[in-house]
Design a protein around this ligand. Structure first.
Ligand code: MV4
Length: 447
């Protein structure tokens, strides 16, 4: 096992990783930017190094600075958390060449799955349903028109190097396809340095179901069941839950099995999430793999009782998975609400500033993963998420009631947060009856 790990991240996930390391008797080295100087969790690490100014590109994204901190701090491994360097295959490769273990999948698997066209081919070969679409990147207009005609309009143009909804464009008919493709290619080139795009049939009003999996270095791949992340706004997830409500058991098992087959085919190791769209007839389609630990991982931890960060560290250190598929339980219902420093009454405008007063909820079934505290200053430089409130109860109805209770206990004064908005969603019949799709929030509230 590693003696010392460097955490190449900030905020709640840095704190979450420090906690897992502490529980395992592993020492931690953290890096921080000038904007995060004074963040209280830094004191929980064994060592902390400032690696540059606030801007991610000048600090958390700098390979040279992160690797230097690992070398100076004597860390044997780097945990990237999510965002920043987490899905950067080149960074994972640099770690390997510096003989530092990257706590994530091998760079080859990451690069392959990062190319959405290659991921689609892999899924298809593994017998997993994919959204009808182009075989590989769009080469020319004639081909695009032919594929679109075959699959039927509307079609969705996606960037091969994209993901998470970035660089997607809908074309409703032949007349707009050509310009939409050109625009998508230009956007993709600017955003990802890769202009390749592909076509998929547009799935109307889908639900978003994703499967948590973990794999060790001995070829064992297991799933830890699914999460429903349908409740989102502008590609930002708001609420995640497990199990996915209103999903027939046989569909659920088919989706989870599909996720395992894809990761086996990719020679994947460590934690990963396989995303699917589910239509109103319960057809499911693979869309992409997230080759990292995700924000919403606690939902799975609560229902399975498995610590995912500890598991990531163990498999990265070369240990076999400590459980088999048939050992993985799923108990009750877990729900997570992302608490963002945003003003829901004002178009979700980021609300940076000092938290003057704060009260954290507790009691049975309540977990709050957050680096915030009274006096903490929310920086405008980063993602606005300041914490995650997670509940675990025997049934979905009890979990919703518990979440409403916990949200009403949670007080964060001095900045605006998404707490009141969560309370509205949790009281809406579309949510309580699990009739929502990915358009629910935007249709019901702001655009
Ligand atoms: C789609 C789709 C409809 N049809 N693909 C958005 C995020 C990215 N991971 C995939 N996304 C979508 N892909 C086809 N062929 C609709 C979405 C989508 C979506 C997916 C999951 C969660 C929320 C979403 C919100 C809008 C669109």
């Amino acid at each position: 096992m590693f003696k010392r790990i460097l955490i190449a991240n900030r905020g709640e996930i840095a704190l979450r990783i420090i906690r897992a390391c502490r529980d395992m008797g592993i020492e931690t080295v953290v890096v921080y930017s000038e904007a995060d100087r004074g963040s209280a969790y830094l004191e929980l690490a064994d060592e902390a190094y400032c690696i540059g100014p606030a801007k991610g590109a000048d600090s958390y994204l700098r390979f040279d600075r992160v690797i230097s901190a690992a070398e100076v701090g004597n860390a044997q491994a780097i945990h990237p958390g999510y965002g920043f360097l987490a899905e950067n295959a080149h960074f994972a490769e640099v770690c390997r060449s510096c003989q530092i273990e990257f706590i994530g999948p091998p760079h080859e698997a990451m690069a392959m799955l990062g190319d959405k066209n290659r991921a689609r081919v892999l899924a298809k070969e593994a017998g997993v349903p994919i959204v009808p679409g182009s075989d590989g990147a769009i080469e020319n207009e004639t081909q695009a028109l032919r594929v679109a005609k075959e699959i039927g309009y509307p079609v969705l143009i996606k960037a091969a190097a994209g993901g998470g909804g970035k660089g997607m464009r809908v074309a409703v008919n032949e007349g707009v396809l050509k310009t939409a493709i050109q625009q998508a290619q230009q956007e993709a080139q600017a955003a990802f340095g890769n202009g390749a795009v592909y076509l998929e049939k547009y799935i109307d009003h889908p639900r978003h179901v994703e499967v948590q999996a973990v794999a060790d270095q001995f070829g064992n791949v297991v799933h830890l069941w699914e999460r429903d992340c349908t409740t989102q706004r502008r590609h930002q997830k708001l609420i995640e839950e497990s199990p996915a409500p209103n999903l027939p058991e046989e569909v659920r098992r088919a989706i989870c099995g599909s996720a395992v087959r894809i990761l086996k085919a990719a020679h994947y190791t460590n934690a990963g999430t396989v995303e699917f769209l589910v239509d109103r007839h319960f057809n499911f389609y693979f869309i992409e793999v997230n080759a990292r630990i995700q924000v919403e991982h606690p939902v799975t931890e609560m229902v399975t009782g498995i610590d995912l960060i500890q598991t990531q560290i163990r498999v990265a250190a070369g240990e076999p998975l400590p459980f088999r598929q048939e050992d993985i339980e799923h108990r009750g219902c877990a729900i997570e609400c992302r608490i963002n420093a945003e003003d829901p009454a004002n178009k979700f405008r980021p609300s940076a500033g000092r938290i003057d007063r704060m009260f954290v909820p507790g009691g049975p079934g309540v977990r709050f993963d957050s680096h915030a505290y009274p006096g903490y200053v929310v920086s405008p430089h980063y993602d606005s998420m300041i914490g995650k409130l997670i509940v675990h109860r025997p049934t979905r109805a009890e979990a919703i009631a518990c979440m409403k209770r916990a949200l009403s206990e949670l007080r964060i004064e001095g900045i605006k947060t998404t707490v009141p908005f969560h309370l509205e969603i949790l009281s809406h019949p579309v949510f309580t009856e699990a009739r929502g799709d990915t358009t629910f929030v935007e249709r019901t509230w702001t655009g």
